[in-house]
Design a protein around this ligand. Structure first.
Ligand SMILES: Cc1ncc(C[n+]2csc(CCOP(=O)(O)OP(=O)(O)O)c2C)c(N)n1
Ligand code: SF4
Length: 251
């Protein structure tokens, strides 16, 4: 009989704590499927962030370490330098990567560390109750910007992938989304490429993935996917912002 559904070996068979309609779970699955397909489960080490994905180590059947807020790139750097034979990835929200961890990610990228970063951008602090993040859209209401983000007062949202793409140490910097099946497939391909970059010692790779937070956006799961498409993508365009020659040679 043809197998049409299989649970990835790289995931544990437990129920996650994510809210209904949250796309953190979709992204977990794509990473797990890719780890299976590349046959790297036994040698992969993930770095857990703070934020809603803090319990990611319960959901993946791969080795994990837990970093303090924003410090995942530093921890990944240390682990990868000590064990260059391992595949090391961080999984970070926008609060983790683009607020308290901005310095960490910038310097890991500037050093061209041979690590893979999965950056989950839901434009908000999910876990702590929906406060404004550096990626919160202009005019977007959050618990700490109840009248909408005022760029005169709070500045403009950071486009982290574009910033990463300017750095000589970065080999691969792309933005994807998981708001519909076509984009889910494209995201999975980017996740695979990002891990292959590391497997080929080709340097720093980051995949930013636009994700939903129906709970803190105060909308239904379906409306949240529409918000990603209609509100987030215009400010955070999908695409390949840097594919270095060393990465092109792998394809
Ligand atoms: C040093 C430190 N400061 C603040 C916090 C509180 N904190 C935990 S999660 C979080 C926000 C995380 O948001 P994000 O990274 O966007 O992830 P999400 O929950 O949206 O997936 C904050 C501020 C902390 N854990 N450690
Ligand atoms: S609060 Fe938002 S990001 Fe966190 S699990 Fe719920 S929907 Fe997902």
């Amino acid at each position: 009989m043809q197998t049409v559904f299989q649970y990835p070996n790289a995931l544990t068979d437990v129920t996650t704590h994510y809210c209904p309609g949250c796309t953190h779970g979709v992204i977990h699955r794509l990473i797990a499927e890719t780890i299976d397909e590349l046959g790297i489960r036994e040698k992969t080490i993930g770095i857990a962030p703070v934020g809603c994905s803090v319990f990611i180590y319960n959901y993946f059947d791969v080795d994990f370490a837990e970093a303090a807020h924003g410090r995942a790139p530093a921890m990944a750097t240390g682990i990868k330098r000590v064990r260059p034979d391992r595949v090391v990835f961080t999984y970070q929200g926008d609060g983790d990567l683009a607020a308290i961890g901005t310095g960490e990610i910038m310097h890991a990228a500037a050093r061209g560390e041979n690590i893979t970063v999965f950056f989950v951008n839901n434009a908000i602090y999910g876990m702590t109750g929906g406060q404004m993040a550096p990626t919160t859209l202009p005019g977007m209401k959050t618990t700490s910007s109840p009248n909408g983000r005022d760029v005169e007062l709070q500045g403009y949202p950071l486009r982290m992938t574009e910033i990463m793409a300017t750095m000589p140490g970065v080999s691969y910097a792309v933005r994807r989304s998981v708001h519909d099946p076509g984009n889910i497939n494209k995201t999975k391909k980017a996740i695979k490429t990002a891990l292959q970059v590391q497997l080929n010692q080709a340097g720093f790779a980051m995949v930013e993935i636009l994700s939903s937070c129906p709970t803190n956006w105060g909308v239904t799961p379906t409306e949240a996917l529409q918000f990603v498409k209609n509100q987030m993508i215009p400010y955070f365009p999908l695409g390949d912002f840097k594919i270095a020659d060393v990465v092109k040679a792998l394809r």
